[in-house]
Design a protein around this ligand. Structure first.
Ligand code: ATP
Ligand code: MG
Length: 441
């Protein structure tokens, strides 16, 4: 059943008041039922025993009072002596008020269950008129009994009738809860630490920060997750290294035969149609490509993430693009510190600015921290890219330009992805393309 309070569902309400951390939640899950259970058990146990106990205490006091009265009845002449002796034995304070009579008869109603018990027991034991003053003094209860020649006034210490149960109950509840809390916290901390380490490591790895394997600790499932994460991290790392090595190797090895080709072509006489010249141009293009692959492989393979000022980096890339002929307006209130791989990010931005420069006459570059991301926006006033083509053009070697390699966007997405970020192609509000990059802050 779903509980709804003013439009908020019960689940949402619970979520609002439940602590968010795993540690606090598990502690609550352990402690709340335990404390509740204890409270109920103690209530049942003490509740029943308390009744019995108070009845017996009241019975004892009533018995002692009636014993004293019996003694006095038997030998009225030694009354003073009997009173002294019983007072000493039972911790009473007794006075005999000669020639007096009781005014309030029958005894007034008893205020509480303990007092009720006493009134009842006195009634059973005394067989003569009496009354009880419950509130004469905080330390004792006054019992007045009508004797043949006066009133016997017995002050019974309250302590003889009441037990400090509530106090014991509270101390017991609080101290056991504290001990439970300590033990639970001790055990849970290790469990939760394992999980939060795993979460932090996965987060860092997703952002392209390699922090090495994590130490498996805690419960078996948490350990298993940590071990699995380590293995996965290892495989991804190996895969990346393999890919880069292969790219570098292929590019490098292609250079030698290409150089041989170029040399061989240089020996040949030019044909009338200029085929040799075209071939040399092709070889030049291939060498440029190889240079791009090599620099890509080199950059991605070895660069470490460091804390850098992205504002300065962007201004730098923009300045380089301006030298290549781009008109760029920058809106970058710096500094914007983030942990990134500066060379890789530089290449990604340079690729995007290069694209924009080729398709548009004006470029706007801006960057700022959002609530959760560092957002970089590259706007241009070119023709933009139709929605249907955007995903395709992100793929390697997909180009709509005659001279393009089709690697610019692919490399940019690779680099941003390795930072744990996102790159999106959107429409610029005033026409043209908007490239939005979000890096985790
Ligand atoms: N700002 C832009 N405006 C219009 N079209 C663009 C823009 N940026 C990219 N494109 C289109 O996307 C295609 C892919 O771009 P990408 O950078 O991946 O490759 P390229 O520029 O053709 O080649 P390379 O960057 O490898 O030299 C481009 O060919 C171009 O048609
Ligand atoms: Mg390009």
């Amino acid at each position: 059943m779903k509980l709804r309070v003013r439009g908020i569902s019960g689940d949402a309400l619970l979520r609002k008041f439940l602590p968010r951390g795993l540690f606090a939640r598990s502690l609550l899950i352990v402690l709340v039922p335990l404390v509740l259970l204890q409270a109920v058990a103690l209530q049942i146990f003490y509740g029943s025993h308390l009744d019995e106990l108070s009845r017996r205490l009241a019975g004892a006091v009533a018995g002692e009072v009636s014993f004293m009265i019996d003694q006095i009845d038997r030998s009225p002449t030694t009354r003073t002596q009997i009173i002294d002796e019983t007072d000493e034995h039972f911790a009473f304070t007794t006075t005999y008020l000669r020639y007096q009579t009781l005014r309030h008869l029958p005894p007034p109603d008893a205020p509480g269950p303990v007092d009720d018990d006493l009134a009842h027991e006195l009634h059973e034991d005394l067989h003569r008129p009496f009354n009880v003053a419950w509130n004469t003094a905080p330390a004792f209860i006054r019992i007045n009994v009508q004797m043949p020649g006066g009133v016997l006034r017995v002050d019974v210490p309250r302590k003889r009738l009441y037990i400090g149960t509530f106090y014991i109950f509270l101390v017991w509840l609080i101290s056991t809860s504290l001990i439970l809390f300590g033990i639970a916290a001790l055990f849970l901390r290790t469990q939760v630490r394992g999980i939060s380490r795993l979460a932090a490591a996965a987060e860092a790895f997703g952002m392209g920060r390699d922090q090495g394997p994590i130490k498996p600790e805690g419960a078996i499932e948490v350990r298993r997750a940590a071990t699995a994460f380590n293995r996965m991290q290892d495989r991804v790392r190996r895969f990346l290294a393999q890919r880069t090595t292969m790219l570098a190797g292929v590019s490098h090895d292609l250079r030698t035969p290409l150089t041989r080709l170029r040399l061989a072509l240089a020996m040949l006489p030019e044909t009338p149609a200029g085929e040799i010249r075209d071939m040399v141009a092709d070889i030049n293009e291939m060498e440029t490509l190889i240079a791009i692959y090599l620099s890509f492989a080199r950059g991605e393979g070895s660069e470490q993430a460091i804390a850098s000022d992205i504002a300065a980096l962007l201004e730098d890339v923009a300045a380089a693009a301006r030298r290549a002929g781009a008109a760029i307006i920058c809106d970058i209130p710096g500094p914007l510190m983030a942990t990134i791989r500066p060379e890789a990010l530089r290449r990604a931005i340079a690729n995007l600015l290069d694209n924009a420069r080729r398709h548009a006459s004006q470029i706007w570059l801006s960057a700022a921290f959002g609530p959760r991301h560092l957002r970089i926006i590259i706007d241009d006033n070119g023709p933009g890219i139709p929605l249907a083509q955007r995903e395709t053009l992100f793929r390697p070697f997909e180009s709509a330009d005659p001279g393009g390699t089709g690697l610019g966007l692919a490399i940019a997405r690779d680099i941003i992805g390795a930072h744990g970020g996102d790159i999106m192609l959107l429409d610029r509000p005033g026409g043209g393309l908007r490239v939005t990059i979000e890096l985790p802050a």
